[in-house]
Design a binder for this molecule. Structure first.
Ligand SMILES: NC(=O)c1ccc[n+]([C@@H]2O[C@H](COP(=O)([O-])OP(=O)(O)OC[C@H]3O[C@@H](n4cnc5c(N)ncnc54)[C@H](OP(=O)(O)O)[C@@H]3O)[C@@H](O)[C@H]2O)c1
Length: 277
């Protein structure tokens, strides 16, 4: 049950990773929370944890890959008497790896539905209330993959390019309303994301690139949201990579992107078998 005097934030993707750490940032800063994802056990544990900071949290199980899920979710939130939502964090998302023509079409549809459709619908459903109250904040979680096409993750990268483009456009549209939209672009981050996307062993996650923690990314994103920044790229190195992806010749950034997201063959001398210990 939310308290009357605390602002309310809805966080999708709150069962793990960046979304869970954004929920922690909000709770520390005085918000009550609605936590949304499919897995309820980790969200219940998070709700119990953040009670220590005085926040209350409502856990709602929701599969955002289902058509109409955003509308159903908002109905459930309102049915709990939670009508004035001050902050929406769209962190739920998933990736997938491999050549597009060989990718599982069901997985691709799920990715588009969660990363693009549900994010857009939730934002559309909650914005009018924020605009009529003259205040509110929305955080969209995109990716540094938004800054250039991503071979081996073509649909994921395009979905995040959508989020970045959408976010920047509505930020501008809303500039005189008191409502602010921030698009957070993390680079490689140590969460469940890489395992689920099947990219734990690709050079981006397994090479010299700095993999940030979810807590670091969430903190930077939340500071950016508080400061009404339009776009936040998490970390200086990621900001440099994002910028270079935009200015480098396309043929070069496509080749680098393809390498960073490709599974590498075993190095020469390797038998391809696990050595005996
Ligand atoms: N980790 C990275 O390297 C990285 C880099 C750039 C951008 N990002 C973005 O950061 C965001 C958060 O990801 P993460 O890194 O924190 O990964 P994560 O730990 O795997 O978290 C993903 C979250 O999305 C939720 N989710 C996935 N499918 C869902 C569905 N069908 N319905 C409802 N919720 C769903 C998951 O909850 P359930 O499984 O419980 O439903 C989970 O809470 C994503 O948008 C991702 O694209 C991540």
């Amino acid at each position: 049950m939310a308290s009357l005097d605390r602002p309310l934030a809805v966080v999708t993707g709150a069962s793990s990773g960046i979304g869970a750490d954004l929920a922690r940032e909000l709770a520390k800063d005085g918000y009550d929370l609605v936590l949304v994802a499919r897995r309820t056990a980790p969200m219940q544990a998070l709700a119990d944890e953040i009670k220590a900071s005085g926040a209350s949290a409502t856990v709602l199980a929701c599969d955002l890959s289902k058509a109409g899920a955003a509308q159903t979710l908002i109905g459930e939130i309102e049915a709990q008497g939670l009508v004035a939502i001050d902050v929406l964090v769209n962190a739920a998302g998933l990736g997938g790896n491999g050549r597009f023509d060989q990718s599982d079409p069901v997985r691709l549809a799920e990715m588009l539905q969660v990363n693009v459709v549900a994010l857009t619908e939730l934002t559309r459903l909650l914005l009018p209330g924020m605009v009529s109250r003259g205040r509110g904040k929305i955080l969209l979680v995109a990716s540094t993959a938004a800054f250039q096409p991503g071979p081996q993750m073509a649909v994921y990268s395009a979905s995040k390019a959508y989020v970045l483009s959408f976010g920047e456009a509505i930020t501008y549209e809303l500039r005189d309303t008191g409502v602010h939209v921030t698009t957070l672009c993390p680079g490689p981050t140590a969460t469940g994301f890489a395992r689920i996307a099947g990219i734990e062993d690709v050079p981006l996650f397994n090479g010299p690139a700095h993999v940030m923690t979810a807590a670091e990314v969430a903190h930077l994103g939340y500071q950016g949201l508080k400061a009404n920044r339009s776009v936040v790229v998490a970390g200086r190195l990621n900001a440099l990579m994002a910028m270079s992806g935009r200015v480098a010749p396309h043929s070069l950034s496509l080749a680098i992107g393809n390498y960073l997201m490709s599974h590498q063959p075993p190095s020469s001398g390797s038998t391809g078998h696990t050595p005996p210990s």
